[in-house]
Design a protein around this ligand. Structure first.
Ligand code: CTP
Length: 398
């Protein structure tokens, strides 16, 4: 969740400021890029050197870094740089300033400039925490859209016991990760994606297959998982790596295997996206031994496979069903026909007449047709960008 995220950690003057070293370390370990800002009074509790060493970046406390040379630290740039701002620990004083917008130090100017989600972890003595003005400041900060990481209970620096202890660093990191996850557009959705070709065996060494590489389906699985979905990827025989360890991958070979894998999972799913190129015909008589060559021609009889999407369309309860149509002629008409026959919520059309669309390559050009026959056209893009377009469309419309 935090990998590659730009995080501004703001440290204010509480004894709990020593915990900010652990917070910064854990953010770095989670793959975040961290810049620290400190209020002047926090320097009494932890040094800028500690936090700059751990964050691998200079620490800022003042508006100017060198008065003689007139160099200033740009609070606006820093606020806008951040994907996340975490104020930890937040004293009663800083809470009050943040609630009223009193910009009398560098940290406050960064906070007011930031457009990203701001997490606030208060730390103070229990009576200060219970004070109506503190409660009111917290309520006000929540109403501005800030997220409070509430303090825990326990022994306080004053020797008193009660609420006000800064949440533990690992709990703060976990809280932020959970919060980011819960705000993802596909959070809570179970999405099954099929990918790749199927192989229909003729004998132990031969099969009928197609040119699908699985790239489009794998890109969909990766982006759906990054958008917070719980992803099941049913993959035909392809040589692609599973996008990440949270994707549940089921490998299959034939159209029959794919039918079984998909129908086994179907009742648990919210969305099914069938990006696989499934054989429409399989061998009528599989030969247990290798077919030997003989004089003359060879004919092989084929029989129809089950249309998985059509089967799901007949049996769906409240799942969203998405199909792909790869067409060479009468594209729109054919795609619309498939959508109606298979009772889909929408269908993604790629035309082999469009350069860069279809199998094998790293790009695709699609149109999305919905159940009301509304057509949305997209430019030629990488398969990852196409996957993002499809999944954004899904999250906005279903
Ligand atoms: N599909 C399926 N089961 C099959 C064949 C296809 O679920 N046995 C799915 C594909 O994954 C795709 C959609 O149906 O999402 C359209 O597949 P396609 O083969 O293009 O359509 P068909 O209906 O088989 O039509 P045709 O072969 O005539 O183009």
């Amino acid at each position: 969740m935090l990998k590659g995220k730009k995080v501004v950690v703001a440290v204010t003057g509480s004894i709990a400021a020593y915990k900010s070293a652990l917070i910064v370390r854990q953010l770095i370990k989670a793959g975040a890029e961290v810049k620290v800002v400190m209020t002047a009074s926090s320097h009494d509790f932890i040094t800028p050197l500690t936090l700059s060493t751990l964050s691998k970046n200079p620490v800022f406390s003042e508006f100017t870094s060198s008065k003689e040379s007139g160099t200033w630290n740009n609070h606006v740039d820093l606020g806008l740089w951040a994907d996340i701002m975490l104020v930890a620990p937040t004293t009663a004083n800083s809470l009050s300033k943040m609630a009223s917008g009193e910009s009398d130090n560098f940290m406050m100017a960064v906070y007011l400039s930031a457009k990203c989600p701001v997490y606030i972890a208060p730390a103070m003595d229990l009576d200060m925490y219970k004070h109506p003005s503190t409660k009111e400041n917290i309520e006000k900060l929540v109403s501005f859209g800030n997220v409070i990481i509430y303090p825990g209970s326990g022994e306080l620096a004053s020797g008193l016991e009660g609420e006000g202890r800064l949440a533990e660093p690992e709990d703060i990191i976990e809280f932020i990760e959970r919060d980011i996850k819960s705000k993802q557009p596909l959070f809570g959705k179970k999405v099954l994606i099929t990918a790749g070709p199927t192989h229909e065996a003729l004998d132990p060494v031969r099969y009928i297959g197609n040119r699908s590489t699985g790239k489009m389906g794998f890109a969909l699985a990766q982006i759906a998982s990054e958008m917070g979905a719980e992803v099941t990827l049913v993959a035909g025989p392809v040589s692609l790596k599973t996008p990440n360890s949270s994707v549940n991958r089921i490998d299959v070979i034939s159209a029959k295997d794919m039918f079984e894998a998909v129908t086994n999972e179907f009742s648990n799913q919210d969305v099914v996206i069938m990006a696989a190129a499934i054989a429409d015909y399989t061998t009528l008589n599989y030969s247990d031994s290798k077919i030997k060559k003989k004089e003359g021609d060879l004919s092989i009889s084929l029989k129809r496979t089950t249309d998985i999407l059509a089967h799901l369309g007949e049996n769906k309860t409240n799942q969203t069903l998405v199909g792909f149509a790869l067409e060479t002629n009468n594209e729109l008409e054919n795609a619309k026909g498939k959508m109606e026959r298979k009772k889909l919520d929408f269908i993604i059309l790629n035309s082999l007449n469009d350069k860069g669309a279809g199998f094998a390559g790293d790009t695709n050009k699609i149109s999305i047709i919905d159940a009301n026959n509304k057509v949305t056209q997209f430019e030629l893009k990488s398969k990852f960008e196409v996957a993002a377009d499809i999944l954004n469309y899904l999250s906005q419309n279903h």
